[in-house]
Design a protein around this ligand. Structure first.
Ligand SMILES: *[C@@H]1O[C@H](CO)[C@@H](O)[C@H](O)[C@H]1NC(C)=O
Ligand SMILES: *[C@@H]1O[C@H](CO)[C@@H](O)[C@H](O)[C@H]1NC(C)=O
Length: 299
């Protein structure tokens, strides 16, 4: 009797059994799936609040951070009046999203976030394909801040689109549908503001706004490793609405439906490492929540 029991216990603890958990839908519950997004909501909250106000979650609703460390390098951006008002509103919206998620499925401590200008500079070097001189600074002006923001709600949006079909509970689905609506609105506003200036060069680089967006989208597609799910502001007609437009104010598929991403794709992108097992990027110590932790434990 003892032998089969030990064999069974051993099988439960081999790494393969742990690694396979996140991909096995039966063992992942709604809370685990929504917790992936909670990481992104923390990122957006801190980037937007600090960018607009020069202070973050700890000044607005500290209890929601559940004792997690403050972000490093987040600061007030040099924004014009219009952009500042928009980003301030987005920041408060993210606080609401945190509260909604935490009160519906429970939360976890805010993960360590790296919002230093140098970190964005590294990402934008990858975006450009060479070292930008001077280094890209997201806090320098509204244009840079909007380009840095272009990278953020969109990842949440495609994650939510991917999550909803896997949620079993109607309370969870209602929550995520509500989050998706506002994230896609934020993405649309950011993209429309950038689209107005699509052909301008981003000072002092010789890269236009639309070219930057295409390159950011390309980088995310490379990191996600699942083909084209992310498109810049001006595209070949084959990627435009009904193959008829080069403008691409919203990024969407051949039927103009939002692209969706899986949990591994989301982590590969926000870690900037192309691996859900290897933390980095905005999350130097990795994301929180069961699914993220299991991927990280699989290194
Ligand atoms: C759905 O999820 C909510 C929030 O986690 C929970 O309170 C509720 O009991 C769940 N309903 C069912 C039918 O599982
Ligand atoms: C657009 O082009 C793609 C191929 O590039 C094709 O699969 C699709 O059916 C076309 N859509 C329309 C509406 O013509």
């Amino acid at each position: 009797m003892a032998l089969p029991y030990f064999l069974f216990a051993f099988l439960l603890t081999i790494p393969g059994a742990i690694v396979s958990t996140p991909t096995s839908p039966k063992q992942v519950d709604d809370k685990d799936l929504i917790h992936i997004a909670l990481n992104l909501e923390f990122l957006e909250t801190e980037f937007f609040l600090n960018g607009a106000l020069g202070k973050g979650l700890d000044s607005i609703a500290p209890q929601l951070a559940e004792g997690g460390p403050p972000p490093v390098g987040a600061k007030k951006a040099n924004l014009d009046f219009l952009t500042k008002n928009i980003i301030e509103e987005f920041g408060y919206q993210e606080v609401g999203h945190l509260r909604a998620i935490i009160s519906t499925v429970g939360g976890f401590p805010r993960p360590q976030l790296d919002l230093r200008a140098q970190n964005f500079a590294k990402i934008f070097d990858q975006v450009a394909g060479y070292k930008l001189v001077p280094p890209f600074d997201p806090y320098f002006n509204a244009m840079n801040y909007l380009l840095a923001s272009y990278a953020i709600p969109y990842v949440g949006l495609v994650g939510y689109v991917g999550t909803i079909p896997n949620l079993v509970n109607s309370t969870s689905r209602r929550l995520v549908a509500g989050l998706l609506g506002v994230e896609s609105g934020q993405d649309a506003v950011i993209r429309a503001l950038l689209y107005q200036r699509a052909n301008e060069k981003v000072f002092p680089y010789h890269i236009t706004v639309s070219d930057f967006t295409n390159r950011i989208s390309n980088l995310r597609n490379r990191l996600g490793m699942t083909g084209n799910k992310d498109e810049g502001l001006i595209v070949p007609r084959e990627l435009g609405a009904e193959n008829r437009t080069q403008s691409n104010i919203l990024s969407a598929d051949a039927n103009s439906l939002s692209y969706s991403r899986t949990p591994p794709e989301i982590f590969r992108i926000v870690y900037g490492t192309g691996s859900e097992n290897k933390p980095g990027g905005f999350f130097p110590n990795g994301a929180n929540g069961r699914i993220a932790k299991e991927f990280l434990a699989a290194i």
